[in-house]
Design a protein around this ligand. Structure first.
Ligand code: PMV
Length: 317
């Protein structure tokens, strides 16, 4: 391994799954029960700088983390996957331009940016497929954050996980918009890893999930190739609510919603009744991500106030 003497900086976008990754068939390698399909958030994500240092150190948004912080431990454990020579000690400087741990998947962009930086820093020259499989080991959804636009993570079949990686779809959809409704931005109490374990072990509703995910992936492919926004939105919203149904059916119950989450959902349903095609999706947190097309942006801003609106394809060349 030859480490770079110069610092290396890489960026990776955050992503939002339209068909969710929920459940691991193998926990150490982060092998999923189902394939998933996402859309990346362009300029919103994580920038990570790697440089040589006297001792390993992890910085998050300008502050040095103590070594026992869960995030710092995960980052160092991840670097150890690549670093056989422990004598190489590193500073990892991670900056998110999205709220950390607010259900906006900063772990996805974080481990994707870190994977890209490691690849460059140690001149590993890994292919996109292998890099995505490695990023997956940091955080499952990180496998998808290496790419912009629509991205599909194939669950794979192999035990070593080397066929479980993401690839970008060739399609683009320039008029698609994503609105970020921030209900709460604090750290969540149950992270997605423990949430998945609890759901798998205690929710009998989970048995229905893999088949629904497979059906939703194929619907999303049709929606994307036909530019059928209604099919895209209905599939994404139904998929998210079905995932949350399995969480709610866990024991102890896993409810990420807050009263304002439900109020925002009701606003979406009201807008639809008024003829405005708008849908939402949600991850393991209280925030909503709205899906709509550019021509309805003014209506959405009137209804939701000054929310952040992302044009996911503006960053796709
Ligand atoms: O990648 P993880 O372990 O943070 O899990 C992500 C899980 C969801 O965000 C709920 C769904 C997804 O596919 O991103």
């Amino acid at each position: 391994l030859t480490a770079s003497s110069e610092p290396v900086t890489c960026f990776a976008p955050s992503n939002i799954a339209l068909c969710k990754y929920w459940g691991k068939r193998e926990k150490e390698l982060n092998l999923p029960v189902n394939s998933s399909l996402s859309i990346s958030l362009g300029h919103l994500g994580t920038q990570t700088t790697l440089s040589l240092a006297e001792v390993d150190q992890v910085w998050l948004n300008g502050e040095r983390l103590t070594d026992d912080t869960p995030f710092a431990r995960k980052v160092i454990a991840f670097i150890d996957l690549f670093r056989r020579d422990q004598a190489v000690t590193l500073k990892v400087d991670t900056r998110n331009n999205i709220p950390t741990a607010a259900g906006l998947a900063s772990s996805a962009s974080g481990f994707a940016a870190l994977s890209l930086a490691i690849n460059q820093f140690f001149a590993l020259d890994l292919s996109d497929d292998v890099l995505s499989a490695f990023a997956r080991m940091g955080s499952g959804s990180a496998s998808r954050s290496l790419f912009q636009g629509f991205v599909e993570w194939e669950m794979g079949q192999q035990e070593d996980g080397m066929d479980s990686f993401a690839r970008p779809l060739v399609a683009r959809w320039d008029t698609l918009r994503i609105g970020l409704v921030k209900v709460a931005t604090g750290e969540k109490k149950v992270d997605s890893r423990s949430g998945m374990t609890r759901t798998l072990e205690t929710a009998s509703l989970y048995q229905a999930w893999p088949a629904q995910a497979a059906r939703d992936i194929s619907r999303l492919h049709s929606a994307i190739s036909d530019k059928d926004f209604q099919l895209l939105g209905e599939t994404a919203e139904h998929n998210a609510l079905s995932m949350h149904a399995t969480m709610i059916a866990s024991w102890p119950p896993l409810v990420y919603w807050q009263p304002d989450s439900l109020a925002a959902m009701q606003k979406v349903w009201q807008l639809r009744e008024q003829g405005i095609p708008i849908y939402f999706t949600m991850d393991a947190g209280p925030n909503l991500k709205l899906l709509f097309e550019a021509e309805y942006e003014a209506d959405v801003l009137t209804a939701f106030g000054e929310i952040e609106v992302v044009s996911p394809f503006s960053a796709v060349p």
